[in-house]
Design a protein around this ligand. Structure first.
Ligand code: ADP
Ligand code: MG
Length: 330
């Protein structure tokens, strides 16, 4: 059962608060490790000293996935596809599965979620050094002519990107996909209680050891780290937030953020500042949070309502909150 408690009437980013307060027997001792992957802070929390070695296994899995999915690492699967000049590329089963999911959410969102948006992402260069510049209309038009997920063909583990100048950026779905794989690994090892956090993606395993749900705070956008707007109570579910405040720059008083509308190549500009998705799969939550952000409040919420076991909290620039029908507020 999920339950959402609105704590105050302001807006968001995602941060987790572990209200575990665990002491006592060593089987409930909290063991946690933190690292830096995929350009973000990641952590895994488990219970029981005997489970501590699994943390290292989780981090080596993350390293493996980073080596497959990185856009910048030479000879990663994604790098190979982006440098294939339209020729077929053999990839791992995991990469093929990630790309299949990305295509599924492209169709479901009618193009709002499109991992072939990479040439446009490169133009904006959000990760680059200041001073940042806004791409010209001509540059955007040229880059947009290579954005089309239908040119990405996947047959088994053979991937063809049918446009030599096209490229893919799995940044809008990869962290969720990896969180799901880490959860699968931990459950296979018999873990019944745990928490995986990859930047804005939080995925829970079971409940806390005392059988109470996890409390995951949704932070106020552009607020202090400790400021939250809502607490989501989950047992085994994923909570993913995409927000403008995560990656942006300002030029002449205008904020340019990293969630781009594949129709015009510009930051999605429909009044939203953050979208949180609660779902079973973190890959789904990741793709949907990005997709709904692009679709905007009406179409985005309609998409959420059409899906099973999927709830959402949208926050607008004026800090109003909109929630899906299964989202219980107190
Ligand atoms: P993060 O959690 O890293 O902030 P998000 O899930 O919010 O990522 O997705 C934003 C990232 O996805 C961008 O940094 C970019 O790499 C990529 N992206 C931007 N716009 C789109 C889009 N319309 N469809 C798919 N991916 C996108
Ligand atoms: Mg996303």
């Amino acid at each position: 059962m999920r339950q959402f408690r609105i704590l105050s009437a302001f807006s968001a980013v995602l941060l987790m608060i572990l209200l575990t307060g665990c002491s006592g027997p060593s089987r409930n001792q909290k063991v946690t490790d933190t690292g830096f992957f995929f350009d973000t802070v990641v952590s895994v929390t488990l219970y029981g000293a005997e489970n501590e070695p699994l943390l290292g296994d989780c981090f080596s899995l993350m390293r493996d996935y980073e080596n497959m999915f990185s856009r910048t690492r030479e000879n990663s699967d994604i790098w190979n596809i982006n440098h294939s000049c339209g020729k077929p590329v053999e990839v791992s089963e995991e990469t093929a599965a990630l790309l299949q999911m990305a295509k599924y959410y492209y169709e479901l969102s009618e193009g709002a979620f499109d991992i072939t948006v990479a040439p446009v992402v490169s133009l904006w260069d959000f990760a680059g050094e200041s001073p940042h510049t806004v791409p010209s209309r001509e540059e955007l038009k040229k880059a947009l002519s290579h954005v089309d997920c239908r040119k990405l063909e996947i047959h088994g583990t053979t991937v063809t990107l049918n446009d030599p100048e096209a490229s893919i950026d799995p940044g809008g779905i990869a962290k969720g996909f990896i969180a799901d794989r880490i959860k699968d690994f931990l459950e296979d090892q018999g873990i019944k209680s745990g928490l995986i956090s990859l930047g804005g993606n939080v995925l829970t395993i079971g409940t806390k050891p005392d059988s109470t749900p996890w409390n995951i705070a949704i932070r106020k956008p552009f607020g202090e780290a400790s400021e939250s707007v809502a607490t989501v109570r989950t047992a085994g579910e994923s909570v993913v937030t995409s927000g403008t405040y995560e990656r942006y720059f300002e030029v002449d008083g205008t904020l340019y953020h990293h969630i781009l509308n594949p129709e015009n190549g510009c930051p999605a500009d429909n009044g939203l500042t953050s979208v949180t998705i609660i779902s079973d799969s973190s890959a789904a939550g990741d793709a949907l949070s990005t997709a709904c952000f692009v679709l905007g409040p009406e179409k985005g919420m309609a998409l959420v309502e059409s899906l099973e076991n999927t709830e959402a909290l949208f926050i607008t620039e004026d800090l109003s909150m909109y929630q899906s029908s299964g989202f219980e507020a107190q």
